[in-house]
Write a protein that binds this ligand. Structure first.
Ligand code: SF4
Length: 949
């Protein structure tokens, strides 16, 4: 279908003097993942325009190395700067991830250098009008309101929504910022993209991250994509995937929708939304039945597989066909393909994670790979593609309500570790928190409120939430609220709070979708191109970005804004005790060095600023197939020193490209599954048996390293006197000298111990994955057999399960509804819809529906339709009638906003900031439902009705 083009919108976006029609450019850029399109089409004629300065043609050009700020693939870009103006860009043909490849978003990065739709100065809403403020006045007013609320309601009445667009340094600083204020009410978009992965996967084998890399997929023989559509969401990853295909790999795509990636598959498997577990169990049924498991791998490295074998018996082919909808013959064919073409990799994204059983879905995917013995090898692994450019780093730095940086958790020992790193008295840090106890919870050591439900923290009866009072002021710092479901409640919460503070390059939805006349502040943040620092790609590699331009207009980098607020709040001395502040700008390299001193758990300790800058300057020396440098200054190292990069920078660990790889020595990036859960369970040994990494002196399983263990092994005296001082009484995670790690690795051992992966997660509500029908299920006949959970308290909030599922919504809302990505836009979309080059490509919000469903409702392709939610909301969008979705199912992209239940919000934006494209948000009609462990929202299996508008 061809959706209506708003040619007047495009006309507004056109600028005189451009040498090429914007539409022609973008058409080409979006079609080519190769960089040739971008390189050849960004001609000199197009680069003439400069908002701030007049740039003569012959001005000398500085070339700056930077990284795309959109998705987690991490493509390299050469930005061309003349007289301080960003005049051109070239794709980095020597960059080891993208080799000159770009998608449309990367090709139009330079638009950041114009900032036509950006916030230009601090503003506040007063009497319904936007009023310009100075930075001093804005910080004074916002800071004082926060202090007043703190006095009346305690520190937990502030909410710190953070950003996956922060650099690593800013993400770390923001988590510390919330700690200094005294709250765990801090979170970011990982909550609603991969929190279930982090929880499920870390609890299976140690770390909740991508185990291999985009590049390593070239070595796969079989790729299983489930709930992942890289053609749109991670376009340049397709370069590596298609190389693998050219080398003979099979591609299996499992999705409710026939996606662009499915078009490249050998086998497309349609599953009903919300049936990932029975689908995986259905494959395992054939794998167990036919003896296709890797028995020696399982006996040496997996704990509890017999429980799965028992459970899987319930998911025989007839049952799976009934629940999932996949024919028996196809299930057998796919299982056989997985068993016969190894090594194979599994790739999942938000189609798998955004369910109320999301944590269990991710565990099921891991179990499949463990049964096949596909872990710890090149071409295998769990290639979990993250979303935003730095959602991996922001997650690693604990920009989450349930942990401190490095996944240390929130227990007292964790706080003491970080107080030690910060060189602060633990008692002072503790004194910053509310000292009360609410519903049995202590605010400092209990999880905060998740960003998926900050609005419930505002609206819920305060007596029912586990903190002193409701949330009364929230910072929406680099995250847009249209990414959260239940749009009506989001709006009510924005209306109810005392103060709303948006810190962002753009106004975003929190700034405009309320009904307020006062009490909203917009603080213009700079983009990542106006500062510098490191960013972690999905594969755990850290990349250094140089500064391209100075901050536009009156915008300020995020870390400067944090400094200003900290000063107003009176804790800047403690906050920056070991970080130099020049003027009002904290020195980025000092922040990197501070987190290097504390992030022992995940090995963010070896990546000093100097090593990262050296890698950045030598992109071209890394091999694309192996990501390793065969020569040059980075000889033997993996690009970006992917974590864990053990020990101190002086140890020169090369980074770990493939996690849990026993075929390599730990000093060269090898390893094994992590010993995280003790040494036994129910009397059974859970350490590895007869399996260990190459060169390990302990040739069996072993627990985590501690000072005592070093003493027992007779290795203690290999520590220096200085190391002994720090290591005494500590373990590999808390010894800030790095000595325990150094000595363990010297003996070929990995600091975190050597255990089996576990398929029984005894600390979770479901200790093995169990199918549970979605809260809003169209299959009422399956509810009795596969019910959801009872209602319960999770993360400070009462949380509904059974009381929703008990009601039959399917009668009136018969269409299953899922959501997903478009290649042109990213996340909530404010930034990309404000980019004229991208806005041209996709101008209308739409819903995909099957021709049969459309015909039943008298709807034709391109018609205006209403999408009705079982929770009462209704949005108006275009119908895209397509067999891409089957009858009974529908799909919407989630990047749109700026229209709310039929009402345009254009009038609410400050002048000149309305994005080029606005539209209804899918999340306005997406419904209640949260993962029982992480509070991930259930956006991939809801219900709706569609009617002609
Ligand atoms: Fe590369 Fe992702 Fe940027 Fe596209 S959005 S250029 S794939 S990093």
């Amino acid at each position: 279908m061809r959706l209506t083009r708003k040619t007047d919108t495009v006309a507004k976006a056109e600028k005189p003097g451009l040498g090429l029609n914007r539409r022609q450019f973008l058409k080409s850029a979006s079609l080519a993942t190769g960089g040739i399109a971008a390189a050849s089409m960004l001609g000199a004629g197009m680069m003439r325009k400069a908002e701030a300065k007049d740039v003569p043609h012959d001005a000398p050009t500085d070339v700056v190395r930077t990284i795309c700020s959109h998705c987690s693939v991490g493509c390299g870009i050469y930005a061309e700067v003349q007289n301080g103006v960003w005049t051109g860009q070239e794709p980095a043909f020597d960059h080891p991830f993208n080799q000159g490849g770009h998608c449309a978003k990367g090709a139009s990065l330079r638009e950041h250098g114009h900032g036509e739709k950006r916030l230009k100065y601090p503003m506040k809403l007063e009497g319904g009008k936007w009023k310009k403020l100075s930075w001093d006045q804005a910080i004074e007013e916002v800071g004082q309101k926060a202090l007043d609320i703190r006095k009346e309601s305690g520190p937990d009445s502030l909410y710190f929504m953070g950003s996956a667009k922060f650099s690593n340094e800013q993400a770390y600083l923001y988590r510390k910022f919330a700690a200094m204020w005294g709250t765990n009410n801090v979170d970011h978009s990982a909550r609603i993209c991969h929190s279930t992965t982090v929880a499920g996967v870390a609890n299976t084998w140690g770390y909740g991250a991508q185990t291999n890399s985009f590049n390593d997929i070239r070595h796969s023989k079989c790729m299983l994509f489930i709930g992942s559509n890289p053609c749109e969401a991670h376009p340049v990853a397709m370069q590596h995937i298609l190389v693998g295909k050219e080398r003979g790999a099979k591609i299996i795509v499992v999705d409710p929708r026939f996606t662009r990636t499915a078009a490249k598959s050998d086998e497309f498997v349609h599953i009903r939304p919300g049936t990932d577990i029975p689908f995986i169990y259905g494959l395992l049924w054939h794998i167990f039945e036919n003896g296709w498991t890797d028995e020696s791998f399982i006996s040496q490295r997996v704990y509890g597989m017999e429980r799965i074998e028992e459970e899987v018996k319930k998911y025989h082919p007839e049952e799976v066909e009934n629940i999932v909808g996949v024919p028996k013959a196809q299930m057998y064919r796919v299982a056989k393909m997985l068993a016969e073409t190894k090594p194979g990799t599994i790739v999942w994204c938000m189609g798998g994670t955004q369910h109320h059983v999301g944590n269990a879905n991710t565990r099921a995917y891991c179990i499949l790979q463990l049964a096949l013995g596909n872990m710890g090898v090149s071409g295998g692994g769990a290639n979990i593609f993250r979303g935003h450019d730095n959602v991996q780093g922001a997650t690693d730095f604990g920009l989450l309500f349930d942990t401190l940086p490095g996944y240390y958790g929130l227990k007292t020992g964790s706080w003491k570790h970080w107080a030690n790193v910060w060189d602060l008295d633990y008692e002072w840090v503790k004194s910053r928190f509310d000292q009360g106890n609410y519903l049995g919870q202590d605010p400092m050591t209990s999880t905060g409120i998740p960003c998926s439900r900050w609005h419930d923290g505002v609206l819920e009866d305060s007596a029912k939430i586990a903190q002193k009072d409701n949330i009364r002021l929230a910072f929406f710092w680099g995250q847009s609220v249209n990414t959260e479901t239940r749009g009506r409640e989001v709006r009510q919460a924005l209306d109810k709070m005392d103060t709303v503070v948006v810190v962002d390059p753009f106004p975003t939805m929190a700034g405009v979708m309320h009904n307020r006349k006062d009490g909203v502040y917009l603080l213009p943040a700079a983009t990542q191109f106006e500062t510098y620092g490191s960013v972690s790609a999905s594969n755990r590699s850290l990349q250094w970005r140089d500064q391209v331009i100075t901050p536009l207009f009156e915008s300020l980098p995020d870390h400067v804004i944090m400094y200003k607020l900290a000063k107003k709040w009176g804790f800047e001395k403690e906050f920056f005790k070991n970080i130099e502040v020049k003027g009002e700008e904290p020195v980025i390299e000092d922040i990197t060095r501070e987190f290097n001193r504390g992030m022992w758990t995940v090995g963010y300790t070896g990546q000093s600023p100097e090593r990262l800058k050296m890698h950045q300057q030598n992109w071209g020396t890394f091999d694309v197939d192996s990501l390793e440098a065969p020569g040059g200054p980075a000889r033997g190292e993996t690009y970006g020193l992917p974590w864990p990069c053990w020990g101190t920078p002086e140890m020169k660990h090369p980074g770990t490209q493939i996690l849990y790889r026993t075929g390599r020595e730990v000093k060269d990036g090898g390893g094994n599954f992590r010993a995280r859960y003790g040494v036994e369970h129910n009397g059974n040994n859970i350490l590895a048996e007869g399996s260990y990494s190459k060169g390990a002196e302990i040739q069996d399983g072993y627990p985590e390293f501690t000072a005592d263990m070093l003493k027992q092994l007779g290795w203690w005296d290999e520590l220096t006197a200085e190391e002994k001082k720090h290591a005494e009484g500590k373990n590999w995670k808390t010894d800030i000298s790095g000595g325990i790690q150094r000595v363990a690795i010297k003996h070929g051992c990995i600091p975190y111990g050597n255990a089996k992966a576990r398929v029984i997660v005894w600390n979770f509500p479901d200790d093995i994955p169990v199918h549970r029908e979605p809260l809003y299920t169209p299959r009422r006949d399956l509810v009795a057999k596969y019910p959801t959970y009872d209602d319960r308290m999770v993360a400070r909030l009462p949380t509904l399960y059974k009381s929703i599922q008990d009601k039959d919504f399917a009668k009136d809302f018969p269409l299953a509804l899922t959501s997903g990505r478009l290649v042109e836009y990213e996340g909530g979309g404010e930034e990309t819809r404000s980019n004229p080059w991208l806005a041209e490509l996709q101008q209308e919000m739409f819903i995909e529906m099957n021709p049969a469903d459309a015909a039943d409702r008298g709807i034709r392709d391109g018609d205006d339709v209403f999408v009705h939610s079982p929770e009462g909301s209704k949005i108006k969008v275009k119908a895209m009638v397509t067999p891409r979705v089957i009858a009974g199912e529908s799909f919407m992209p989630y990047h749109f906003a700026g229209v709310f239940e039929g009402e345009s919000l254009e009038k609410s934006y400050p002048e000149g900031t309305v994005p080029y494209v606005i539209g209804e948000s899918a999340n306005t009609v997406l419904t209640y439902g949260y993962d029982v462990v992480t509070q991930m929202q259930e956006t991939k299996s809801s219900l709706c009705q569609i009617s002609k508008a």
